[in-house]
Structures are given as C-alpha cells and as structure tokens.
Ligand binder design. Structure first.
Ligand code: HEC
Length: 91
C-alpha cells in the first residue's frame, strides 16, 4: 500500500501533462468539506505533521475517509495539488 502511494505521488510529480490537476476543483472541494475541523493555518503551522507529498496524499485520503465524503481519486489528487500549491509547496 505504501509503495502504491509512492508510485501514485511520483506519477503526479512527473506527469503534469498526462495528468493536469484541476486546482479550482480542489479549492472548491476543500472549502466545502474540509474547513469544519481545521483552518488552512494548520497547513502552514510550524507544528504541521505532513512533510512530503506522499504524506500529504495519505492525510487527505484519511480525512476524506473519516468524513465519508468518498471522493474519487481525481478529486483527492485535485485537493492534494491545491494544498501543495497554496500551502505545502513540496517539490
Ligand atoms: C472531522 C474533523 C476533520 C475534518 C472535517 C477534516 N480534517 Fe483534516 N485533520 C483532522 C485531524 C484530527 C487532523 C490531525 C491533527 C493532528 O494530528 O495534528 C487533520 C490533519 C489534516 C492534515 C495534515 C495537517 C498537517 O499536520 O500538516 C491535512 C493535510 C488535512 N487534515 C486535510 C484535510 C482535508 C483535505 C479535509 C477535507 C476532506 C479535512 N482535512 C477535513 C480532522 C479533520
């Protein structure tokens, strides 16, 4: 499972053309579903726990899962891309 996530993240990193993430979709989904428990301050806080793209993907999946939003993989990827671009900025 870990390996799969790694492969998926590398895929997103290396294939900006094959997979063009929809950041606006990610931003909208995030605003509608994710701000109930933590604000975006959490993503830039010194205490944040996510330190790479794979962990960010895992965390988004976990919050999606515990919320029961049942996003499609593309939606997860859009939210990860949005969070990474606006907050985490992992390479
Ligand atoms: C029911 C409450 C709740 C909702 C709603 C929620 N989260 Fe979370 N989220 C948490 C908790 C709890 C943590 C972990 C806090 C900690 O360990 O510091 C967390 C942590 C995170 C982190 C890691 C922050 C860091 O430390 O770098 C990310 C990213 C994240 N959530 C994304 C999302 C996304 C995307 C959504 C919308 C699907 C979402 N969250 C909705 C409860 C929630």
């Amino acid at each position: 499972m870990k390996n799969l996530l790694f492969v998926v993240s590398v895929y997103f990193l290396l294939s900006p053309i094959a997979y063009a993430a929809d950041i606006d979709n990610g931003r909208t989904l995030h605003a509608e579903n994710c701000l109930a428990c933590h604000t975006t301050d959490k993503y830039t806080s010194k205490l944040r726990k996510v330190h790479d793209l794979a962990a960010l993907t895992r965390r988004v999946k976990r919050c999606d899962f515990s919320l029961g939003t049942q996003w499609f993989d593309d939606d997860i990827a859009d939210v990860v891309t949005y969070l990474n671009k606006d907050f985490y900025q992992f390479k």
